[in-house]
Design a protein around this ligand. Sequence first.
Ligand code: ZN
Length: 620
Amino acid sequence: MTSTPVLKFAPFSSSADTAFWHSLSNRKLTDYRLSKEAQPIFASFATGHRPDMPARAAVSAESFERDPAAARVGQVYLMRGDLFNTNTLDEFKKADIAAMTQTCAGEIARAITSGDVLSDNSQLHRFVLLTFSDLKKYKFYYWFAFPALVPTDTPLTQLALQPIADSLTEEQMSAIAAGVTALCASTPTLSAFIVDMRGSDEDDGPAAAVLPLTDMAPEMFDDERVLFAVMDASGVAAHTSKHVKGVEKDSKGRLVPRVCDLAGTMDPTRLATTAVDLNLKLMRWRLMPSVDLERIAATKCLLLGAGTLGCNVARALLGWGVRHITFVDNGRVSFSNPVRQSLFQFEDCLDGGKPKAETAALRLRQIFPGVTTRGIVMSIPMAGHPVSPAAFPQTMANTRKLQSLISEHDVVFLLTDTREARWLPTVIAAAENKVCMTAALGFDTYVAMRHGHPSGPSGNMTTGCYFCNDGTAPQNSTRDRTLDQQCTVSRPGVSMIAAATVVELLISLMHHPQGVTVGLTDPSDDDASPMGAVPQQIRGSVSGFSSMLFAGHPFSHCIACSRKVVDLWQSDPERLLRDAVNDPKLLEDLTGITEMKALVDNLADIDIDIDISDDEAEAN
Ligand SMILES: [Zn+2]
């Protein structure tokens, strides 16, 4: 007499595709972060494997999104899983996967004793996935466990198998097939059911009825005409027990975790993007939970000037995750530039020098291929730089081009060499309601400033601009300069400090509760935004290693941002430009400064001191 074989638990074999790990990385960065809570996921497995082949439980990118209500797709079943993410390799190594497996098995046992499995068979299949994602190296450590409740007292034995056609009639088999199809339609998680053939004894009774497990009644247990049927022979034994198996072994049969190294398969550009994002997101997790990285990344920045300030501002923006940077400059890289202008190299100076704007964009892409950047070689029309009637159409064309560039971007940075090149962009940015940021250098001093927004009283600006402190229109500052006045005359570190400061000011401004249109704030209010103070301007000096915060008020007669200038720009830009380039004094007439000066002259007996000195060397 041969003994009947004992029914054994056949372990699942796990399979995780590349897309699963990519999706896990994204979720780790955006959703899970440092959470150690169990996250719900799903694996899929199919029946019908050869008896000597383990069933494959596969996880893919869809594993995070599957709808548990649709637990079976064709002959592929879904299995519920608990995903545990650890945050360090040490934490991963110390994690007690046996205990997690035991807890998971407890869920299965609870579903059995509560009867929940009768209506939702998928609760019999569960798994645990323990991971550590080394996102900097793109390496994933993981360990699967598929808990199975193993009977300890009375082992289940396997009966002699026989073809179904030997026991059932054709009518019964086709009735079962139709019944299963109908039941599957209403119960997506179905994998076990009852076949009731008691009706086949009667003349007009059904050959076989297929019933859900919830219809099980006590009188069915000893009736041979009622069968318990499963569609999946690889399911776990439905027997509660404290004895749990299921922690997966590695390919060599050892009880150790596995590791998946995707670094070699990753596109390097994507690797760079992920790594850059990771650094910023780590900063958000640990230090600045309210930083809006998505908004920063989506901000389009226009940099007017690709010299020392332009190069350094671009690098600071890149560091913050800004992904859209456009340079405007008409200069070429000269031999003196690369040591100070951080995006250029010696070879850029050869053969007369490459265009600065295009070269800066190229270098930015070489540093980080994920950035969208371009360089526009163009002169910015300058106040006080007369243009002949023949050349004026080109000046107007450049003006229109500048206007469309400003309107395409969210933030304009004024980083040009000269004061007068900042005038037209200041006017256009005010008219287009754009955020306008200025950085300017003296020999050992700098200023970083934000311009206002035209939502102040009577349509005036909310804060002052770069020109609001001036009592005079810009003149050609490059005329009659000696050699020492033409070259860069600032201490080399000042540009880096100014560039960094103006970018940090923008980031703080973007996080102010009132948004980028906020007016003057208390410069000493460190709680003005989640990033801290949002001053209107910062003036610093490296001779005393000091910086001071100022609230620059809007000047109603400003030659750049006052209502009269912006109105004329909007009604007759050609006239405004012609006046400004040929005779900037007309701007003073327009804004009423001329009248003010006359008034002051007439009040000679009153001691009034208007300081119109230019304390910035305007070197870049
Ligand atoms: Zn102004």
